[in-house]
Structure formats: C-alpha cells, structure tokens
Design a protein around this ligand. Structure first.
Ligand code: C5P
Length: 219
C-alpha cells in the first residue's frame, strides 16, 4: 500500500457550482470553476481510492480514473451524494447555492414593456455537507470547505462543529486574492486538534496535501 495508501477505500467528492433554475433559460449560481474539487478527486484516485465525483456545471474536463456524475441543482447533487454512500471519505468542495427559486417557471418569463420586474421567492437548499456529516452512514472522514471573505478562522471553526466535519479547509475568497477561478490557493486547515496555515501554492499542490492528510487517517 506504499504509494496507494487509499487502496480499497471509497471516496465521494463534490465540485463546481450548482445552477438553480429561475425558468428554462435563467439560473442562480455561485462562482466556482471546479478546479480545486476536481484536483482533489484526481489526487484521491492517485492514492488508490475509488472515487465518485459529483460535479455541478463546469467547463473543465472530467478527471481521469474517476467516476463522474454530472448534476445541475443542489437537490440533484444531494441525491447523487447520498446514492454513493456508504463511503470511507467525503470531501465536499462544491459551491452549492444556498437558495433556489421556490417554484421555477416552466416557461421563459417574458419581459413585458411597462410592467414591474418580477420578484423571486427563494427557499433554502439542502446542506449536503451537514447531511453527510450527521448521516447514519457517515463516512469515517468528512471534509468541508469554507469560502469566506471575513473572519476566516472563526467562521471555519463554527462550520466544523455545525456541519459535523473532521476538517474544514478555509480560504479567503475576497476578490483581491484572485483565488476564485484562479490556479492558486492559500488555505487554513481547521481540524479538531487545531488550525494550520498552509502557504500559498497551486490548487494541484493543495489537492495533493489534502489527499495525503486524508490518507494519514487510514494509515
Ligand atoms: O455554509 P457554507 O456554504 O459556507 O459551507 C461550505 C461547505 O459546505 C462546503 O464544503 C460546501 O461544499 C458545503 N455545502 C454543502 N451544501 C450546501 C452548502 C454548502 O454541501 N447547501
């Protein structure tokens, strides 16, 4: 098992945004390239894990050696993740939209000259990480992300508790950091035993380090 420390282990990874329809042609979404989540899926596979990647709409290619399930909406992502249980590892990287339109229109909403713009009534989406973190079939290791623009450590630690995760990988996604959509990342790893700041590195290297951190729990 030297170079394949995760041989025989099953991992579920979410990546990318979700698209929540307003009508057949419009949607609400978070910004997410899928680069970090896809890289983590590929690295876990490199270490020998059998990986299911549940991906929202992204333009990057499917990673090799990984089973990819493509979804659009948060509810579809949740269903795909729960269908992939049981698993040993869950890494929830997707930027899931917190809200969806309560009742999406079946036809394109037409712009009527002189009429007031429509209002959108939103409803909360399922929290996939929290569901997995408190599930009867909870994977042995559950890892979440926290994209924050303020109070990164505090928000990350409260997320660790609330969501039932073993680690939260927190990053500052303020526009001036260039992290969102970029190839580099600087993260704070928040675990039960404490925090660790990793230096800035490319998303591929962050993925390798996260995969090795995960593997250390199965040694
Ligand atoms: O609460 P917040 O969205 O900041 O939490 C981020 C973490 O929770 C990420 O790991 C993300 O993938 C996960 N998440 C989720 N389902 C949601 C919202 C967030 O799995 N509806």
């Amino acid at each position: 098992t030297g170079d394949k420390p995760l041989a025989g282990k099953k991992a579920i990874v979410t990546s990318g945004p979700t698209h929540e329809p307003i009508d057949p042609v419009r949607y609400i979404a978070n910004r997410s390239s899928g680069k970090q989540g896809h890289a983590i899926a590929a690295e876990l596979s490199q270490l020998g894990a059998e990986v299911t990647l549940v991906s929202g709409p992204v333009i990057i290619p499917d990673p090799k050696g990984v089973k990819v399930i493509h979804v659009e909406r948060a509810e579809e992502m949740r269903d795909a993740v729960l269908s992939a249980l049981p698993a040993d590892i869950a890494v929830m990287v997707a930027a899931v939209a917190d809200w969806r339109v309560a009742s999406a229109a079946g036809n394109k909403i037409k712009k009527q000259p002189g009429e007031t713009p429509p209002s959108l009534l939103l409803t909360e989406n399922p929290d996939i990480l929290k569901t997995v973190g408190h599930h009867a079939q909870r994977p042995k290791l559950v890892v979440g992300f926290a994209a924050e623009t303020q109070n990164v450590a505090e928000n990350g630690r409260s997320k660790l508790e609330r969501k039932g995760a073993d680690y939260i990988i927190a990053n500052d996604v303020s526009p001036e950091t260039g992290i969102m959509g970029g190839d580099r990342n600087r993260v704070k790893v928040i675990g039960k035993a404490g925090d660790e700041d990793w230096p800035e590195m490319d998303k591929q290297s962050v993925a390798e380090k996260i995969a090795r951190l995960i593997a250390s729990h199965f040694a």
